[in-house]
Design a protein around this ligand. Sequence first.
Ligand code: G3H
Ligand code: 13P
Ligand code: ZN
Length: 311
Amino acid sequence: MPLVTSKEMFAKAYNGGYAIGAFNVNNMEIVQGITEAAKELEAPLILQVSKGARAYANHTYLMKLVEAAVIETGLPICLHLDHGDSFETCKSCIDGGFTSVMIDASSKPFEENIEITRKVVEYAHDRGVVVEAELGTLAGIEDEVKVSAEDSSYTRPEEVEEFVSRTGCDSLAIAIGTSHGAYKFKPGTKPQLRFDVLEEVSKRLPGFPIVLHGSSSVPQDLVEKINKYGGAMPGAIGVPEDQLRHAASLSVCKINIDSDLRLAMTATIREFFAEHPDKFDPREYLKPARAAIKALVAHKIVDVLGCDHKI
Ligand code: G3H
Ligand code: 13P
Ligand code: ZN
């Protein structure tokens, strides 16, 4: 089976009350850990590549790793550009074999966001590629861009119909209180997503797939493990998984997870070196790191996304 777009996945997820996991990939062990879990659980999958991942690992290497995963697993896999920052970046991924791109012009004024998104949609649709766009601004860190909590803003539901109809985008990322990275909420506060905003958006866009970025839950056992073995992560708090599960049962069809994979990998490698200070073969520490990613993704698929056995 070749790479697929997210169109059919989203239609089934919307109607079935579950979401597809969109996991960021940067190297072979991450691709393998994610796809081994999805294969065992017969889960459709989105693998996403950021601008930073392309700069780190190279477009062709990532493309070929994902193609290898398709061959090895036989799964329907969508290869998606995460946070495309310009028409040129999106074009390069469309020309280079991706089946889905995100154009993230959410920091631009409304009209400018529409204009650039529309341009990407025209180019992508002519080539059978789907487009995710964003309205509203998430707090947190993506590549070199850092958005403070004060500069973040919830999506304005009254803008979504005009935005979707004028751009022709296939899915819409909205801001309802999630944010990128491991420090999403202040320690001691009770994280609460704005389901009222999600509900308003969904009412105005019936049947339309909504995307949540910044959806790592920052498992405290992983943070504790990192700190136990020499790390110093202060007060890292993520999105509660029960709220993500609820969002997945509504109109949210794609949930983005990256930081949790990083935590799983780093916690495992730190533990390995603490217990085996004499070892230096990368295979020995990457093997348990890959297994930790697999276990984490399996948990997300079953307990958070609800997309197991949906092929
Ligand atoms: O939203 C950002 C993703 O976690 C990707 O992060 O830009 O550091 O690759 P990155
Ligand atoms: P997290 O940092 O919460 O994992 O979010 C990832 C993301 O939104 C990728 O686009
Ligand atoms: Zn994101």
